[in-house]
Design a protein around this ligand. Sequence first.
Ligand SMILES: C=C1C[C@]23C[C@H]1CC[C@H]2[C@]1(C)CCC[C@@](C)(C(=O)O)[C@H]1[C@@H]3C(=O)O
Ligand code: AKG
Ligand code: FE2
Length: 312
Amino acid sequence: MQAAMNCIPRFFTLPLSDKLKARGNPLCRNWGYAGAGAHSDRFTANLPWKETLSFGSDSASSDSMVADYFVSTLGDGFREMGAVYQKYCEAMMKLALSIMELLGMSLGVDRAHFREFFGDGNSIMRLNYYPPCQEPELTFGTGPHCDPTSITILLQQDEVDGLEVFSRGEWRVVRPARGALIVNIGDTFMVTHISLINLCLFLLLHEIYVLYRANNALTNGMYKSCLHRAVVNKVKERSSLAFFLCPRINRVVRPPECLVNEENPRKYPDFTWAELFDFTQKHYRADMETLPTFTHWLLSSSRSHYSHPSPP
Ligand SMILES: C=C1C[C@]23C[C@H]1CC[C@H]2[C@]1(C)CCC[C@@](C)(C(=O)O)[C@H]1[C@@H]3C(=O)O
Ligand SMILES: O=C(O)CCC(=O)C(=O)O
Ligand SMILES: [Fe+2]
């Protein structure tokens, strides 16, 4: 984990000409380097005070996808960095699937259920780099949002506050703890009537702080996903590593039968992860209202709902 954290400033302090080699990607518009005032090609206001490098991490498609991305995009001089992030993404995927197994056990479904649902997923790895800002009160590193993805495993740089979660009516600092990972649950994933205490105890034993309030498509409207943000400061740069677990791009997101009944009718239409992801990339900047806004957008489109052809 430390090697992965140390590589962040090594990349972002490169000359801009080197970083721009990673801008854009033919495979996925979300991948690549987004420069100072990230996403200026996508948004015209409230640009986040950060630079990011995002890339795919699909264990199913190749066992050297991340390493290959760094060498093919940035050159042979980045072979070692690619190897560090290849290993890091493999470890995050392994952890994420174990968390999914735990959630499956807590839900009373077969422990392989979510492992299979996400095992061939199109996950995203993102390096966040937040330079110091002279007027931090006028901007955000990453504005208030719920991750549209399924779960996020976040590693924060030590000793620099930045991550905040909205809980019990106020913004609360999630203080970095050496060696700790933070797991937050996003719009796509389901956390249902599960004994979250057990989940927290399990994860805390592994020094993983679980930020949850999750409801989402697969929960059929029972909880809200974790609202969080990253603030910046005048003095210290800050880095973070976000591993976003996602299902396969064409996987249909729908709640299990046991969550839908007369008292609890379907609240979200069937949709594929590609539809939600594309919505956040082409039509709407993910915030705390992404899922309801997406649902309204989807229902007002002509596509038939609730009856997506069953996934391949
Ligand atoms: C699917 C994604 C879109 C974002 C990266 C991943 C999960 C988190 C999303 C994001 C960070 C939420 C805040 C707004 C955003 C535009 C950002 O600040 O980067 C979002 C990402 C994105 O759309 O690139
Ligand atoms: O940098 C952080 O602490 C949070 C980043 C985040 O929320 C994100 O990238 O989705
Ligand atoms: Fe986030």
